[in-house]
Design a protein around this ligand. Structure first.
Ligand code: ADE
Ligand code: ZN
Length: 357
């Protein structure tokens, strides 16, 4: 923690504004999960794609999920309107405008190439469209952006290896690889060979683990895939030994509170394990996962989480924002500059307030 910030002087009433203004990194956001119903219908019309739902309202009404798979079925159907390079650009640009409004200074976006190549979309259209939006986000919005290619774990490792081979001509456009989709029955170890190849290529590695899957999947992701971060990881709280390891090794966990409620990983935000994880010294970050489907972008996740934690104050707000910057794959000088801006925001709040209300 920044030693010279007097967090106790910052009243709780100032925290929502601070959360919104703080420079933050988003490290767990599936770009296909930011596809809003309005854009689904606009792209369907532009591309002549028939949709199962008759209207935007009817589609939104279908967003009542019972578990991860019930969401994935609707999420993959929504992505079927994405066909051309410009569609991927438009999708990512819409997200970056929202990210800038949330004061996100750095975003590492997941994308699922197999969802698109399986429909005959060239992988180059996917990667070049997203990458062009990342470049524009940097140039026009001042948002630093990078791409992480995710393998779909319900498919085979051979399919993942073939996807990696297809993506290699675009190696300069993505910084790393991840593992997502249906977790149960698809342990990280299934992808050991493809992750080893990615390691040899110098790619960063992350994996979804411990969302619906058991704590052992988190250990496998660390030990067999060599990941630098765990996506979700909330089921770690079931294993005291794993909690101790994650704290000791300062393994970042990209947690997604609204997602966990919508997919019934937890009953409600008051019961969410993130406060327990933070208190245990884990490097947790808050993220939006699939914001178009789960009811909120990054700041809405943070605000909802704080609403459910009446005892939290500026110290926790600072810690979560700082964790997000430190857990990013951005170069250390960029991280240091964002942390200095974060410190300035909180220092000023401490100086201007007259102490606790
Ligand atoms: N793909 C998009 N969102 C996901 C999630 N929450 N878990 C696994 N795969 C996903
Ligand atoms: Zn996810």
């Amino acid at each position: 923690m920044a030693a010279d910030i007097d967090f106790d002087r910052i009243p709780r009433s100032a925290v929502p504004g601070l959360l919104a203004r703080a420079p933050k990194a988003e490290l767990h956001m599936h770009i296909e999960g930011s596809l809003e119903p309005e854009l689904i219908f606009a792209l369907a019309a532009r591309n002549g794609v028939a949709l199962r739902h008759a209207s935007i309202d009817a589609l939104r009404a279908a967003y009542a999920f019972t578990d991860l798979q019930s969401f994935l079925d609707i999420y993959y159907a929504g992505a079927s309107v994405l066909l051309h390079e410009q569609d991927f650009y438009d999708l990512a640009w819409a997200y970056f405008e929202k990210a800038a409004a949330d004061n996100i200074v750095h975003a590492e976006l997941f994308f699922d190439p197999q969802t698109h190549t399986a429909r005959g979309v060239p992988i180059g259209a996917v990667i070049e469209g997203l990458s062009r939006a990342c470049a524009d986000a940097r140039a026009r919005l001042g948002v630093s952006a990078a791409l992480i290619l995710c393998f779909l774990r319900h498919l085979s490792e051979e399919d993942a290896l073939a996807t990696l081979a297809q993506a290699l001509p675009y190696r300069g456009h993505f910084i790393g690889v991840g593992l997502d989709s249906a977790e149960r029955g698809h342990p990280p170890g299934k992808f050991q060979r493809v992750f080893a190849r990615c390691a040899a290529l110098g790619l960063r590695r992350v994996a979804h683990a411990g969302e619906e899957g058991p704590p052992a999947y988190i250990e496998e992701a660390l030990d067999l895939l060599g990941v630098a971060r765990i996506d979700h990881g909330v089921r770690a709280v079931e294993s005291p030994a794993l909690m101790a390891r994650l704290a000791r090794e300062r393994v970042p966990l990209t947690v997604c509170p609204l997602s966990n409620v919508k997919l019934r990983v937890v009953p409600d935000l008051a019961a969410h394990p993130l406060p327990q994880m933070l208190a245990a010294g884990l490097a947790v970050t808050v993220n939006s996962d699939d914001p178009a489907y789960f009811g909120g972008y990054l700041n809405q996740n943070l605000l909802a989480l704080f609403d459910a934690q009446p005892r939290w104050g500026a110290r926790e707000a600072y810690r979560l924002a700082r964790n997000s910057l430190e857990a990013s794959f951005a170069p250390p000088p960029a991280q240091a500059a964002w942390i200095a801006a974060l410190d300035a925001e909180f220092r000023q709040a401490a100086l201007w307030s007259g102490g606790r209300p």
